[in-house]
Design a protein around this ligand. Structure first.
Ligand code: B12
Length: 215
């Protein structure tokens, strides 16, 4: 029964059935299925399948966006339960797609996964200038900055953001994690980022690892 409920959500997500995902997620919660299982085995697992199909050109942008919206619908049902169940945030994260870049599908997935892993997330959206990240550290106490870029040109904004943190004298107060399709470990090292991960699942592990290292 539990497996069938989880599979139904996953199927609805892949079909891009926003209402179906919301309704089935509600049903799963009411049936006592754990939040983490819904998140991991239905929403994230479903989105990973969509990501794989997209990579293999089996589906295209509209389908990805429709499924991402369906995932949002499921997350919206789960979110209040994170706090209700006393799940305390494990760290404060500011996330955004860097300046000059309007891609946000991957960033949103990373954001959702971090939220699912109980990080306190402030999402600045797209085209985020370095100053905004600096401000997140200075006035909002962000412990990790998560920077996403999908364009080779906007990768330079990651470098600029780290330079701005140094200039503002707060580089040692925050960990910086970078990612997005064109970003590599080599690039992350070259701009002196603290962490890089190739996908959203690994991003969560990396964020936890960065937090465990003293800032
Ligand atoms: C969808 C899309 C768009 C949509 C964006 C919609 C949106 N709301 O995001 C639209 C149509 C608006 C668009 C516009 C453009 N796009 Co576009 N776009 C894509 C496309 C097809 C998919 C990107 C995507 O969402 N992938 C799916 C997500 C899930 O993957 P992802 O973002 O990589 O994220 C995963 C990981 O990278 C990682 N991750 C992501 N961020 C982070 C951050 C951290 C810290 C970590 C750890 C991990 C991590 O986790 C995610 C999940 O596992 C790609 C091609 C492709 N096949 O990738 C081109 C692509 C990225 N676009 C491209 C281009 C050129 C453009 C435009 C310049 C086109 C134009 N001439 O106008 C504009 C740019 C506008 C701008 N200033 O940003 C090029 C970039 C080339 C380059 N190397 O620079 C690509 C590669 C297409 C191509 N082959 O030419 N695009």
């Amino acid at each position: 029964m539990r497996d069938k409920i989880l599979q139904d959500i996953k199927d609805a997500l892949q079909e891009g059935d926003r209402d179906g995902v919301a309704e089935k997620t509600r049903f799963a919660l009411n049936s006592g299925v754990e939040i983490k299982a819904i998140l991991d085995n239905s929403l994230i697992a479903g989105m990973e399948i969509i990501g794989g199909k997209f990579k293999r050109n089996e589906i295209f942008i509209p389908e990805v966006l429709i499924s991402a919206k369906a995932m949002h619908a499921g997350m919206a049902i789960l979110e209040p339960y994170f706090t209700k169940h006393g799940i305390k945030p494990i760290g404060k994260v500011a996330i955004g797609t860097v300046k000059g870049d309007l891609h946000d599908i991957g960033k949103n997935i990373v954001s959702m996964m971090l939220k699912g892993a109980c990080f306190d997330i402030e999402d600045f959206g797209i085209d985020v200038p370095p100053e905004k990240f600096v401000d997140a550290v200075k006035t909002k106490g962000a412990e990790i900055l998560v920077l996403s870029a999908l364009l080779t040109t906007s990768m330079n904004s990651m470098r600029d953001t780290i330079a701005a943190l140094k200039y503002a004298g707060v580089r040692d107060k925050v960990k910086v994690m970078v990612g997005g399709a064109p970003v590599t470990q080599g690039f992350a090292d070259s701009i002196e980022a603290d962490g890089y991960a190739k996908d959203a699942a690994t991003a969560v592990d990396k964020a936890k690892e960065l937090l465990s290292k003293a800032i």
